[in-house]
Write a protein that binds this ligand. Sequence first.
Ligand code: GLN
Length: 199
Amino acid sequence: MRIGVLALQGGFAEHIRMLRSLQADTFEIRRREDALGRMDGLVLPGGESTAIGKLLKDLGLFGPLKERIRGGLPTFGTCAGMILLARRISGTDTAYFGAIDIEVKRNAFGRQLGSFFTEAPFKGIGTVPMTFIRAPYIERAAPEVEILSLADGHPVAARQRHVLATACHPELTADSRIHRYFIEQLCAAGAGRRDCLTL
Ligand code: GLN
């Protein structure tokens, strides 16, 4: 199992640590060449989605990654990573990979709830700890999208076939079950191998 972690900005080191604790072979994606080799899964970390999006384009990484994600590469995005995967970002015409049919609102929990910790049920896993940092939530989702968790009444985790997105940061907790879910249910299960996404 070889998992690439986008390492341009934000919290990639924590994802790598957690994936390694689960015995996954991980590597950092920093340059175009890194995006072209064997990869059984891809992780897009939190950070600042506009900054990561700009770097992706400036470094020539955006095209190859988009093609691979939309072609079925199992992909897990957290927070800014969720924003990069979404089909729409509320109030803008900007979108990046458009690989999961959701509309997300950036910094959605407002000032008072800017950063917070909670616990919530996550479908197929159980109750998990959740750390949110200026997080988005999902405002709309297509019927094919499975909502996996709610926090403060809003959808904060979703899956569409080989694409998993969470508004929280499981890599910042001591609980590795969401990463394990990604490895076992998406990467090892070959979640994207059957046909191509038609978004
Ligand atoms: N607020 C950030 C954004 O809009 C996301 C924050 C995060 O990834 N922790 O990109």
